[in-house]
Design a protein around this ligand. Structure first.
Ligand SMILES: Cc1cc2nc3c(=O)[nH]c(=O)nc-3n(C[C@H](O)[C@H](O)[C@H](O)COP(=O)(O)OP(=O)(O)OC[C@H]3O[C@@H](n4cnc5c(N)ncnc54)[C@H](O)[C@@H]3O)c2cc1C
Length: 405
C-alpha cells in the first residue's frame, strides 16, 4: 500500500520510515516526492514546474483550482509590468508573460489576451515616474503619452485628472479560473497526481514536518511540503504566518455595454489602471463577454475566505459606478450585469512570501499575493520549484524574516 494511503493511526509505526524517506531526498537515484497544498495561481504553477524538474508531485486542494472562494477565482486578471520602483516584479512580470505565452503554444490554447495596458497617472505620479527606467531596462515595449495624446488614441475615455499615461503594448489580461483549470489539466497529462481534499499540516519533529493529514483522516507523507493556501495561509499555519496575512474584502463589477458599441470591448479598449485620483481603479474590457469589468483596488474590511458573505454591497456598486460614468462617459447608466466579491491576501508590505518554514527544513511557505499575484503565477512557480529542489538560493526580498528585521 502506498504510504499516503495508510490510515493515520497506523502511521506512527511508519513515522521513522517516513522521516528516513524525507531525508533520503538527497539520493541521486530517487525522485523527490513533493506535496503542494493549494492549486491556485501560485500552487498550480509550482506543482507543474516541480513536475517538469523531475519531482513526483501530489497537488491537493479543498475546493479545486480557481474555485469561487479562492483568490484565483473569477474571470480575468490584469497582466502588466508597470510596478513603480519594485524591480523584482517588473522582471517577474516579464518572465511570467514569456511563460504564459510559451505554455499557450505548448498547450495550443488561449491563456492571455493582448489588449495592451493603459496606466493613467495623476498629479501624484512618483510611482509612474519610477516605473519608466525599469520598464526600459526590462525591455518592455511601451509608449509614454500626454493626456492629449492618450485622449486622441482612446476617445472613449475621459482623461480629466490624468496628467499622462503609460501604454504597455504587449500586456493585457489573463483568463483566471479557466487558466488554473488548464494548468491542472496539463499537470495531470504530464504525470502529476491531484486530490480534492483538505489538508492539515503535520507535526514538527526535530527540524522536519511529518505527514500531513487529509480530510478523510488518512495521512500523506512526502519529502517536501509546499503550502500555497492563498488567503487561508495564516489560518493553516497560525504560529508561522497567522495575522501577518490579512484577507480583505474586494468587490468587482461588470457593466453591460450598449448594444453594438465596440468601443469598450477587446480590440478598441485596453486593459486599464486609473491612478488619476487617490483611489486606484482598474478594469478589463470585454472580459470574455461578461461585461465591462471595473473595481476599486482600495483594501476593504477583514474577510474570512471560507464563511464571509459574498453579497455585493450597495456602497461599493455606487462608488465603482460613479467612477465608470466619470471616466467612460459612454457608459452612463450602463446596467450592472454581474458582480463578484473576492479577497486579497495582504502581507504588511504587499510583497509575496516565498520561504522555507522556519521550523521545518522540508516545508515551504508560498503566498501573500496581495492583490497582484495572479499574473506572476508561472514565474513564481518556476522560482519556488527551484528553491524547493535546491537549485536556487532563497531571495531575502520574499523571506518571512523581513517582517522581523
Ligand atoms: C478581485 C481581485 C482582483 C485581482 N486582480 C488581479 C490582477 O488584475 N492581476 C493580478 O496579477 N492579480 C490580481 N489579483 C490577485 C491574485 O488573483 C492573487 O494574488 C492570486 O490569485 C493568489 O493565488 P494563490 O494561489 O496564492 O491563492 P488561491 O487562488 O486562493 O489558491 C489557494 C488554494 O488553496 C486551497 N486551500 C486553502 N487551504 C487549503 C487546505 N487546508 N487544504 C487544501 N487546499 C487548501 C484553496 O482551496 C485555494 O484553491 C486579484 C485578486 C482579486 C481577489
Amino acid at each position: 500500500m502506498p504510504l499516503d494511503l495508510v490510515p493515520i493511526q497506523r502511521r506512527s509505526l511508519l513515522k521513522a520510515a517516513a522521516l528516513t524517506m524525507s531525508t533520503s531526498f538527497a539520493s541521486p537515484n530517487r525522485k523527490p516526492h513533493v506535496a503542494v497544498i493549494g492549486a491556485g495561481a501560485f500552487g498550480g504553477w509550482t506543482a507543474l514546474h516541480l513536475l517538469r524538474n523531475g519531482a513526483t508531485v501530489t497537488l491537493l486542494d479543498t475546493w479545486g483550482p480557481g474555485n469561487s472562494r479562492a483568490s484565483s477565482g473569477g474571470e480575468t486578471r490584469i497582466i502588466r509590468a508597470t510596478y513603480g520602483p519594485r524591480r523584482q516584479y517588473v522582471d517577474m512580470a516579464v518572465r511570467a508573460l514569456q511563460l504564459w505565452k510559451e505554455n499557450e503554444k505548448r498547450w495550443n490554447c488561449r491563456l492571455f489576451h493582448r489588449t495592451g495596458m493603459l496606466w493613467m497617472a495623476g498629479a501624484a505620479d512618483e510611482t509612474e515616474r519610477a516605473s519608466l527606467p525599469l520598464l526600459r531596462e526590462a525591455g518592455v515595449e511601451f509608449d509614454e503619452l500626454s493626456a492629449a495624446q492618450a485622449s486622441k488614441r482612446f476617445p472613449q475615455i475621459n482623461f480629466d485628472n490624468v496628467k499622462w499615461a503609460i501604454f504597455e503594448k504587449d500586456t493585457g489580461f489573463l483568463t483566471a479560473r479557466r487558466n488554473c483549470q488548464t494548468v491542472l489539466e496539463h499537470f495531470l497529462a504530464e504525470g502529476g497526481e491531484y486530490r480534492e481534499t483538505s489538508v492539515t499540516p503535520g507535526a514538527l519533529q526535530g527540524r522536519e514536518m511529518t505527514a500531513v493529514t487529509l480530510s478523510d483522516g488518512s495521512g500523506l507523507s512526502a519529502d517536501q511540503y509546499v503550502f500555497a493556501c492563498g488567503p487561508w495561509l495564516g489560518k493553516i499555519l497560525p504560529d508561522v504566518i497567522g495575522d501577518l496575512l490579512r484577507p480583505t474584502r474586494q468587490e468587482i463589477f461588470f457593466f453591460g455595454v450598449p448594444a453594438g458599441d465596440l468601443r469598450y470591448s477587446e480590440g478598441q479598449m485596453p486593459t486599464w489602471i486609473d491612478h488619476g485620483q487617490e483611489h486606484l481603479y482598474y478594469g478589463v474590457p470585454g472580459n470574455e463577454w461578461r461585461g465591462f469589468k471595473a473595481g476599486d483596488d482600495t483594501r476593504g474590511v477583514k474577510f474570512d475566505p471560507t464563511n464571509s458573505d459574498r453579497t455585493p454591497s450597495p456602497e461599493a456598486i455606487r462608488n465603482v459606478r460613479e467612477h465608470v460614468e466619470f471616466r467612460f462617459p459612454g457608459l452612463k447608466g450602463a446596467p450592472l450585469v454581474e458582480a463578484r466579491v473576492c479577497q486579497y491576501e495582504n502581507t504588511p508590505d504587499e510583497n509575496f512570501i516565498m520561504d522555507r518554514h522556519p521550523g521545518a527544513q522540508n516545508a515551504w511557505l508560498l503566498g501573500g499575493g496581495s492583490g497582484h499575484g495572479y499574473k506572476h503565477g508561472p514565474a513564481v512557480g518556476e522560482m519556488m520549484a527551484a528553491f524547493v529542489l535546491g537549485k536556487k538560493p532563497l531571495d531575502p526580498f520574499f523571506e518571512l524574516a523581513r517582517f522581523k528585521r
